[in-house]
Every structure is written in C-alpha cells, then in structure tokens.
Write a protein that binds this ligand. Structure first.
Ligand code: ADP
Length: 885
C-alpha cells in the first residue's frame, strides 16, 4: 500500500509540475505571440507605408477637397487593394495632425458608401495618447487594444515623412480586430496546452498502468503468503488452536490438531472450550487455562507450560503448550500451540529410572567405585570403597584419590590422567593403602564418563592373586602331563596312520590280485578259445588232407585255410611273446630311414587286400601330411607296422560300416601324430585308458561277441613308448573312436639317405653261389630247401654245430651261412663265434624261433651279420641274402 501511495504521489507531483510548466509556457506563448504579432503587423504596416508614393501624398490636403483628386484616388485604391489582400487587416488608413493638435483622417481605404468610411479631414475624436505619442516622437509602434467607434482594435502606426524635407506627412495605421488578435494568440496557446495536457494524460495513464500492475503483484504476493501461512499452519507438527479472548471459545484449529486429537472435521472442534480437549483432572480446567492467559496479558509474553490433553476417544497424552495473544483482524485472540511430548515424557521417565538404577548399582556394586574430576578430586564414593578402605564417605568426597596410594608407588606408576582424558580406559594393578595403614592389591579400571568426570572401578584382587599363583603352579604340572599325553598321542596316531596305510596297501594289493586273477581267468579262457579256433582249422584240415586224394583246387583251398589259420595262430603267439618282451623290457627296436608315405601306401594296399565281405561296406581313407620325398623318417618300420596292424585290425573288427581313416600329421615340437579313426561301436569314455592295459577289453565277459586276446593295444602302447611316443584313444561324438599316437620327428631326416628297401617278389639267380645251412629241424631244412631251390643256389646242409666248424676249416668256397641258433650239440651263437674267429668276412645270417630275449642283439654280438626270426618271412630272407651276393 505504501508503495502504491508513493507511486501516486510521484505521479501527482509530476502532474503539478506539468501544470506549472503549462502555465508558464502559456504565459510565454501569449507574450511571445503578442510580440510577434505586433512586429508582424508593424512590419506589414511599414511595407505599406514604404509602398505609398510620398510625392503624391504630399500633394494632398487632407480635406474633402482631395476627394476626386487623382493622387488621392490612386493611393486610396492602392491601400484598399492591400487591405483586402491582407487576411488580418481590418482598416488601413493615413492620419494627419492639425497644428491645433487634433488628429484627422487623411485618407482611408474604405469605400465612400461603407458604414465605417471616414472622409478626409474627419476628426478622430477618440484618439488615444499612444497615437499622439507617435505623432510626437515619429517612432513607429503597435498599440491596442483601443476602443473607438469602429470597435476594439490593435493598430500598428508608422510615421510617413517627406522624402526630402523629412517633415511628417501622415501616420499610417493598420488595424486588426481584437477578436482576430486574440484568436491567433489562443491558437498558439491551445497548441502548447495540448502538448501539456497530452503529457499529463500520458503520465496519468502510465501511473495507472503501474498502479494496476503493482496492485496485481501485491495481490499475488498476499495470496502466496496466505497459502504459505496456510501450509505452515496446517502442516505444522504442532496442534494450533485459536480462541476468542474473553470466552475462550475455539474459533479455528489446524489440521495437525485434528489428527493429534483424533477428530476428522473442524466443525467438531470449533465453538468448544479447552475442557473438551483436556484431562478431567482439575489442574486442566478452563479456569486454569484462563490463568495462563491472564499471565500472558500481564507479562506481555508467551506462556509455556505442560498440559494433559485428551483425544476424542478419551485417551490422554501430554502436550507442551505455548500460549500467546495475537491480533487478528483487529480482535485479540488467544493462540495455543500444543506439542505432543508423550515420547519426551517417557524418555524423561526412563532417564529417571536409569538414573535411579545407576544410583542403586553404584551403591550396591561389589567393586568400589569412585567418581572424580580431572585432577583426581573425589566427588562420589560408593559403599564398597568405603568398606574396602576404611574411610567414611564424607572423608573420601572432596579428598584427592592419591590419599589411597603410597607416594612412592604413585611416582613409580602414576595415575594416567592424560590417557583417561584422551578417552582411553586405563587398567592398572597397584597397592592401595587403607585408612589404618594396611595395604591390599587392587585392580583399578579408570575411564572418562563425561566432560571432566572420571570414574574408577576398584576391585580387591588379593585373594585372586593368591589363587592365580596356585593355578599357575597347577597349570605348569598340567602342561607337563599334557605334553606327555600329546607325545603318546602322536605315537599312537603315527602307528594308526601306518596301520591305515598298510590296510590301504593290502586292500589295493587285494583288489589288484583280484583284478589280475579275474583278468587271468578271462585271459586264459579267451586264449584257450583264441588258440583252439585256428588250431581246430589247422588240425581239422590236415586230417582231411591225410584221409584221401584231392584235386589241385581242393588241395589249394584246404592249404590256404591251413596257412591262414597258422598265420592267425602265429599272430597270437607273437603277441604273447611281444607282451612278455615288453614286460621284460627286451623288445628290440631297429631304426632306419624310410619314406613314411611308401610305408603307408603298402599298409593301405595290405589293408584293402585283407578286406573281408563285411569290411567291404567300409571305406578306407589314407591321409598323408607330407609329399613323398619329404616323408622320410628315422624309425622302426616293422614296429610301426605292428602298431598300425593292431589299430587297423581293431578298427575293422569293431566297425560294421562307414569309414576307417588313418594317416599321420605333423605336430609342432618335433612330433608326428599318427591316427586311426573309425565309425564303429566306439569306446565308453571311462574305458578309454583301461583298454591299453594287457588283457583288458571293453567287454570282459566270457561270452564276448568280439574275438581278441586283449593284448594288441598294450603291445602297441609298449612299442610306441619304447620309440619315445605316447598313445591314447578318444570316443567320437558322432560314433566310433579315434586312436592317436605320437613319435618323435626331426626335420633333418628329410636329407638323410634312406636305408635299403626290401624288395618284394624277388627272383634271384644264385647258381654260382653256395650257402651253408646249419639246421637240425627237418621241417625247417625242407622249407629252406623249397625256398631256395628256385634261386638255383648250391645248398649244403649240416645238422650239428661242430660239423659246421669242421667243415668250414677245410672248405672255403662257402658264400653265406644260414645259422640256426638252437642246435643239438653246440649253441648256434657259440658256433658263430668260432666261425668268426676263423673267418671275419663270411656273411652269417642267424635264424631263430627263440623269440624271447634280445635275440637280435645277442646274435650280432656273437658275430652274425644279420638276424631273422622264425617263421621266416621269405621275402625278407631273400632280401637279406641278396645284400651279400
Ligand atoms: P583285442 O582287440 O584283441 O581284444 P586290444 O588290446 O587290441 O585287444 O583291444 C582291447 C579292447 O579295446 C578291445 O577288446 C575292444 O574292447 C577295445 N577296442 C580296441 N579298439 C577298438 C575300436 N577301434 N573300437 C572299439 N573298441 C575298441
């Protein structure tokens, strides 16, 4: 409102200023316009005066005689024309002055018939002083307003002088009506006033606009502050009541009051008195409340007190009331702000209870308790400490705690007030002196319990000390006893562990024995079956052959069967021998250079040739990693073939249809990876390691569907490991299995010269050569004879070793000796040695059926040039003999 006032005052002042400016401007405008008009009229009159032909004028008399005079008429006409053409000019005339001083009309511009015509010589009776002044001074000027019979006029008077004599001829008067004059002034004034009025209107308008704007803003602010007040009023945490001052009737309450007192509508509360919301106790009546109100009036201050309030449901609770007086819309009201202090009351109550409990604990505690200040001055002491020390409470309170200790001990171990003050709990054991001078050992626990308040808990530990000492000794004894017990325990534990270990070993051995027993039984059953099957074939067909004569074809068929069954049998025997050699670590490996690709191609050919009708559903695939010329390796091709034969045999055995893939690949770290993959029955993953153990088969039942001795894989494993590799098997997700094995590989082998290659199907012609065969077995002699017969070699056979030695002593035409190792008299190795003593050159090829032991090595050591085992591989033998021919 103030702002509003200020603003209108400013506007008002501005308007007053504008009015003053208007008045001044009007004044100046009037005087200025008047001056200008005077000048203008005077100037016009001057121009007219200057335009009059003075010579002609000087000819005139200024009497009626002039009427009709040419000069008179001319000047009159001229003046008339000027008057008519001049907007403002009412009259234009010339005045003259007679010697007697009367002023008369010399000449005027009116028509002679006009009402206001003044004939020449007409006395101007109403002549004013200003006119006469002009005649006298001969100075031109504008005068007026002048009232005469022609009306109210303003006149410019210009003296007209004789051009030569300078004598005043007449005075030219040019009149303008006062009405015209005033109109022109008014016109200018109106312009000025118009601007001023416009300015005033503008100021007024701006002021009004601002007034309305500020009024709107003020209203908005009032509304906002009202809303703010409402939200504070209703949102306050405290209940607010507004009462009538006199009656105490409630006029209004806030929302919190309704909530706090359990009401839902204001109408339930307004119009009621404080009793309705107070406990029925007479301490909380309306009269009591009025007393507080009066006190507030007296002191002119808010009264704060506690009041027991009552909810709608009758339940009571405590509030803290702030009672004050306020003026609302000019009326005094009592405002009560009530704060729910139920929790505070409860906390106070609890605190009181705690304090009481603390006090009783303090008093009844078995430990002595002292409370003191930062300097050790005792402020409280409990019953126990009095008993402990023999001092009365009054003696202790106010004294320093140091009276309870002897000076020396305090110096040696001072009471650490510094640590306690810093918040630490200080525990110390020290001697305390009683009032009677006796001492006791105490344990003192001191800590800070408040600002400048320290508390010490003091316990008499004299008895405990003694018991501790006793306990210590007992503990020591116990410790030794325990140590002994521990030692005995350790011994027992070790023995136990040993026993457990032995038991485990025994169990393992038992399990092993059981397994090997089971395996052996299975193996023997299997073996018997495996051996009997080919034997049946051999014996059966041999008997058939002996019974009668057969055709060549029949003979051929039967012999082929016998041959194949014999080979099968031989394979079994070879396997058994090989496994025995592996066990005895006597399996020999003879390495040489050969082309791996050649090896594989032969293997592939053999495998395909051996394919039975069942196997014809199987596609055989060979993969070689190197080109032939790069496939040279240094290894034992016979052992390698043995491994592959085993793996391929199994692959064919356990695959009915699909594909068998085999070959090799180069692996980093100087290794070659060989594999045989089939699409057969596969291996259960848990058996993939077991099958490499001897006699182990996936199906170990005696009724196994597949034939086999369970030796092939363990032999293969033995061979591969002997050659520095590893072998393993993996079942394939798509069915079937894959067997891998690795062998060491060196790239430099590629450049090495390959060893001699056995040539198959040789057809040698050795008619010039003589071979000595030392052999006692008739079948073997026959076989050798049949074998060498096509070569046309000269074959000499001796059955005993000594015979051979003796023979060679005389005969030196022998080109080669074939030496059997097992001879009836001297061992073939001995014979070889003796022959070597006599003849270093002669090639000796040792042959033996003695498969156990490292025959080859022993033969070569004895001096043999080559070694061949029985049954003899024909091609190999021919190849060996050929090497020396
Ligand atoms: P054998 O084949 O004479 O029983 P092996 O030592 O060669 O003996 O094989 C042991 C066992 O391993 C076989 O009896 C067979 O259960 C399992 N086995 C070997 N090769 C394969 C294969 N390619 N597929 C499935 N099982 C195989």
């Amino acid at each position: 409102m103030n702002v509003m006032k200020k603003m209108s005052e400013t506007a008002f002042a501005l308007i007053v200023v504008l009015i003053v400016i208007g008045a001044v401007a009007t004044y100046f405008t009037i005087s200025n316009t008047e001056r200008k008009m005077e000048e203008q009229l005077l100037q016009d009159a001057r121009i007219v005066a200057n335009s009059i032909n003075l010579m002609r004028l000087s000819q005139l008399t200024g009497t009626t005689n002039d009427i009709g005079d040419k000069d008179y008429e001319r000047i009159k006409k001229q003046l008339r024309a000027i008057r008519i053409s001049h907007d403002q000019c009412k009259f234009l005339y010339l005045l003259g002055k007679k010697p007697d001083g009367t002023v008369f009309f010399f000449l005027d511009s009116q028509a002679p018939d006009a009402d206001d015509y003044a004939p020449p010589g007409l006395i101007y009776e109403e002549v004013s002083e200003e006119y006469l002044e002009v005649f006298q001074t001969q100075e031109q000027k504008t005068v007026g307003p002048i009232h005469d019979r022609w009306g109210k006029l303003y006149t410019s008077l210009v003296p007209v002088e004789h051009p030569e004599t300078g004598k005043l001829l007449a005075v030219l008067g040019m009149d303008m009506t006062a009405e015209n004059w005033n109109q022109l002034i008014l016109y200018d004034v109106v312009k000025v006033l118009g601007i001023i009025i416009l300015a005033i209107v503008l100021v007024y308008y701006i002021q009004q606009v601002r007034f309305f704007k500020s009024q709107r803003e003020a209203e908005k602010k009032i509304k906002e502050s009202e809303e703010k007040f409402r939200s504070i009023y209703n949102g306050a945490n405290d209940a607010i009541f507004i009462h009538e001052f006199e009656s105490g009737k409630i006029i209004d309450v806030n929302d919190t009051m309704l909530k706090m007192y359990g009401y839902s509508k204001k109408e339930e509360v307004t119009g009621k008195f404080v009793d309705t919301f107070s406990s029925d106790n007479k301490k909380f009546t309306i009269n009591q409340a009025r007393k507080w109100r009066d006190k507030s009036v007296e002191t002119a201050e808010a009264q704060i007190f506690e009041w027991q309030a009552k909810r709608k449901d009758g339940s009571l609770f405590w509030v803290e009331v702030s009672l004050d007086l306020v003026k609302i819309l000019g009326k005094t009201r009592v405002i009560i702000i009530a704060r729910d202090i139920t929790y505070r009351k409860k906390a106070e109550h609890d605190l009181k209870a705690i304090a009481q409990r603390y006090q009783s604990l303090f008093e009844q505690a078995a430990d002595g308790i002292l409370t003191g200040d930062n300097n050790g001055v005792i402020t409280e002491a409990n019953h126990s400490i009095c008993e402990m020390t023999g001092y009365k409470r009054a003696e202790l309170v106010g004294s320093n705690i140091s009276i309870l200790f002897c000076k020396e001990t305090l110096e040696k171990s001072p009471l650490r007030y510094d640590l306690v003050k810093a918040g630490e709990t200080v525990l110390s054991e020290r001697e305390m002196i009683r009032k009677d001078g006796s001492s006791l050992t105490i344990e003192m626990n001191t800590k800070k319990v408040g600002e400048g308040i320290l508390q010490s808990y003091i316990r008499d530990v004299s008895e405990r000390k003694k018991s501790q000492e006793l306990l210590k000794n007992k503990n020591k004894e116990l410790f030794y006893a325990q140590r002994k017990l521990q030692e005995t325990n350790t011994k027992l534990r070790n023995t136990n562990e040993q026993l457990i270990f032995q038991k485990k070993e025994l169990e393992q051995s038992k399990a092993k024995a059981e397994t090997s027993d089971r395996l052996k039984t299975a193996f023997l059953a299997n073996m018997s079956h495996e051996i009997r099957t080919p034997m049946n074939g051999i014996i059966g067909f041999t008997q058939i052959l002996l019974e009668q004569e057969y055709t060549r074809k029949e003979l051929n068929d039967y012999l082929k069967t016998i041959y194949s069954q014999s080979n099968h049998l031989m394979k079994i025997i070879d396997d058994v021998i090989d496994i025995a050699k592996i066990e005895a670590n006597e399996l020999a490996v003879n390495k040489g250079y050969f082309y791996l690709n050649e090896f594989f191609e032969e293997l592939y050919k053999n495998a395909q040739m051996g394919t039975t009708s069942k196997n014809s559903k199987i596609q055989l695939v060979l993969n070689e990693a190197f080109d032939k010329k790069d496939s040279r390796i240094y290894s034992d091709p016979i052992r390698l073939k043995q491994v592959f034969d085993n793996l391929l045999d199994n692959a064919f055995k356990f695959t009915n249809e699909g594909q068998i893939e085999f070959g090799y690949d180069y692996q980093k770290e100087g290794k070659l990876l060989f594999y045989v993959k089939d699409s057969g029955i596969g291996i259960p993953p848990e058996k993939s390691k077991e099958i490499f153990q001897r006699f182990r088969q996936v199906d170990e039942s005696l009724t196994s569907k597949y034939e086999g001795t369970g030796l092939g894989l363990s032999i293969s494993k033995g061979i591969v490991e002997l050659m520095g590799g590893e072998i393993w098997a993996k079942p394939l997700d798509e069915g079937g299995s894959i067997f891998y094995f690795t062998l060491p590989y060196d790239e430099s082998w590629i450049k090495q010269k390959p060893g001699d290659v056995k040539k198959k199907n040789m057809k040698p012609a050795w008619q010039q050569k003589t071979i000595l065969l030392v052999e006692d077995d008739y079948a073997s002699i026959l076989f050798m004879d049949k074998l060498l017969n096509p070569t046309k070699v000269n074959l000499i056979t001796l059955e005993k070793g000594q015979e051979a030695i003796d023979f060679l002593k005389q005969e030196n035409n022998i080109d080669l000796i074939l030496m059997d190792i097992r001879l009836p008299d001297i061992n073939g190795l001995e014979v070889t040695k003796k022959i070597r003593e006599m003849n270093k050159e002669i090639p000796i090829i040792a042959q033996t059926a003695h498969a156990m032991g490292n025959d080859r090595k022993r033969c070569l050591e004895a001096g043999a040039s080559e070694y061949i085992s029985k049954p003899i591989d024909v091609d190999h033998l021919l190849y060996l003999i050929n090497k020396y021919f």
